[in-house]
Every structure is written in structure tokens, then in C-alpha cells.
Design a protein around this ligand. Sequence first.
Ligand code: ATP
Ligand code: MG
Length: 429
Amino acid sequence: MGLIQASRGTRDILPDEVIYWQRVEEKARDLLHQAGYRELRTPIFEQTTLFERGIGEATDVVGKEMYTFSDRGDRSITLRPEGTAGAVRAYIEHKLHAQGGVQRLWYTGPMFRYERPQAGRQRQFHQIGVELLGSLDPRADAEVIAIAATLLNRLGIDNWTLSLNSLGTAADRQRYREALVSYLSDHQQDLDPDSQARLQRNPLRILDSKDPQTQVIAQAAPSILDYLAEESRQHFERVQQLLQSLGIPYQLNPCLVRGLDYYTHTAFEFLLPDLGSQATVCGGGRYDGLVAELGGPDTSAVGWAIGLERLILILQRGKLTCTSALDFYCVSRGVEAEAQALQLCHALRTCGLSVEMDLSGSAFPKQLKRADRSGALACLILGETEGRDRSLQLKWLHSGEQQSLGQQEFIQNIDQVKAQLGAARSLAS
Ligand code: ATP
Ligand code: MG
């Protein structure tokens, strides 16, 4: 019988990698709190119709990538492929719009898409996303874009580029679509097979085909920016002015269409050159039609989602110092000493300190080697003598300095010990 392994397209995130995830989550949580966003947690599965209606049946996500199955009650269930549809469903279901004004929400968690796995592309992957619901103001577009830029910057990533486009209103897009189909029909035989199939079903998507020959054709296609109605054009102009006023650089890319049907007006992507062919780390845009489409009141909204795997691939290339170093590693040997070590560790945790206890019972040199590797600031040593006297040896691992103390005295003077730990911590970092 073979060993059971994680399913294709999924992966375990082991403790050495988790510190990167925690760093990202912490930075995101702080920043989103500063910007007035509140966290929303929605279920990982939803009724399939939510995504079919919300994302659009002609999209790749709904057409080819969904994890859909019947549950034991014969309901069609889908593991969420993205976060916006669920957030909007919750917004409508709990009448968050009735609170008036703008709702600023954020979420994080796993998403599921049946795709061909490769670096930065998995079947279970994770996103952090924001949704700003209830405003048509171009400042809302600029706000969410600025937050994504700030988050990347705070994580030490500053070589991103921002690609920007406007998809106008549904009416603008309809007019553009006709012009595009007419242009592409003239080049039909030169398009890649996927794009040929999309020509009637989802022609805008052809614009971001990865096929080199199709790309050449797309570059010369009519630009959607020439098909925007006056109001759409003004909105887009204003978004650009605001980004300039914030010092956020961007590049216009009329071929940027994004994979989901619900986008209107502003569409954008943050790209990281180091990611190779999976270069998009954050995708987003305005979706003024989605809330009404899902049965809610007419509500404008704008948001984005960051792919965490791709972000963390980049962070792992840099060095991240682990700030979660243990205070103590406790080694002990002998029946008395081992029992006292357990009590001492318990007492230290009650005092708010972190401590890992060696359970091996092996010879001291071995235990001390593990203490060195543990990353703790200090080691507590309890041997036969210490067990007899109810004392301990306190060894500072950065200097090797060692002192002998009574166990009771040690706990009674814990504030002094905490100060010493603080000093050792700043030396170590
Ligand atoms: P792509 O063109 O790379 O397939 P997308 O347009 O399908 O991306 P979105 O739906 O906009 O992606 O999701 C936002 C972000 O989530 C992406 O920019 C990417 O960073 C991440 N993402 C999307 N699909 C995956 C996946 N299968 N594995 C890992 N990350 C993903
Ligand atoms: Mg995709």
C-alpha cells in the first residue's frame, strides 16, 4: 500500500513557512484596521448558483475550474473559487446596506479552483481581499488601490507595477464587444484554438490570451478606452488623477480585462516581475452590477484580492527574521529534577513567558545542543544537584554566561528576569 500524500494542487504549509504567512496576515490586519475595514468570515462552500450568477457562466472560473459536487441532500454545492460572491451574498442576506453609507470589509482564507498546478498556481490557494461597498466615488477606487500598494510596500516589496484599465459600463462594453468581435473575426484563423472558441462566448477574454500570436493580434485590436461613454471616461480620468496625487505609478493597459464577468469601470492588477509567468499577485476592480445581480439593492462596489502563495514565494527569497523566539529552553535529568522542571515551566507560562521543555531524558550535552538550536534566549538547567536543592542554572545562550539561582527566588524575581530577557532579545535582533 502506497503512502497517502496531499492531493494534487494542495500543499502543507510547514512551521518554517508559516512564519511568513503570519507576518503577512499581521501586516494586512494592522493596515486594514487602520483604513477602517472590518473582517468578514463566510463559509468555504456555497450554493453553486451563487457563483454561476455572480461570476458568470462564460468565465473560465465557472466554466472549467469549479469544485462542484452534490451533497448527501442532493444540493449542488461549490467550494468557493473566490471571495467576492460570498461577501456580497452575506452583505445582502444580513442587510449590511441598511446600516447606510459605505461598508468596508476584508476577508482571508482558502479558495478552490481546478487548475493545472504549477509554481504560484494551486487547486487550493489563499487570498486576502477587500470589498468597499456603497460608493461610486473614484476616491473609493483610489483608496483600495492605495491600500494594496501600501501592503506590498510594508512587506518590503517595492518592485511591483500597477496595470490599469477601464471596462466602462455594461452598455460601453456591449458596444466595444461588437467592434472587437468584428475585428477579431477578420483574424479568426490566426487565433489560438482557445481564443477561437471564445470569439462568440467571451471575446474580451481573448485580449489577455497568453498565446504569442494571439497577443500580437490583441495589441492591434480596438481599445476599449475609445468606447467609453463620457461619464465612464470622466470616472477613469479622476481615478488616474487621484493615483497621481498619491504618488502611485501605473501603466494603462487596454488589454487588461480580468477573468470575472462582474467588473465595470476600473480594473487593475499588481504584477511582480520575479514571479515569471504567474506574475499577477493582486487583481481587482469595480463591480457596480454584482449586488443587484444577486438580488440586493443597486450598490456600487470596488475591491481586490491578493494571492498569498505568490506573495509568499517572493517574501521567501528575502530574509525574514523570526520575531517569535522562545524565552527559555528547559533541560533536566533525574527523577526529582524532571518533575520540578515541569512545574517550573508551568509557572513561567503563568507569568506570561514562553518555554519549551526537553522531554528526552538524554545526556546533558545532547539536551544542551537542542537548546542552542531552539532559538531560545536562555536555557534552564536542572540536574541531580539542582533537583536536590530546588535550584536551577540559568544560562544566557548569546553570551554563555551562567548563574545559579533558587527556583523560588527565580520566580519571585521574575520581573528582573523579564528585563534581562528584553535586553537579550534586543541584542539578538
Ligand atoms: P490568473 O490569470 O493568474 O489565473 P486570475 O485572474 O484567475 O489569475 P483572480 O481571480 O483575479 O485571478 O484572483 C486574484 C489573485 O489570486 C491572482 O492575482 C493570484 O495572485 C491569485 N490566484 C488566482 N488563482 C490562483 C491559483 N490557482 N493558485 C494560486 N493563486 C491564485
Ligand atoms: Mg485564473
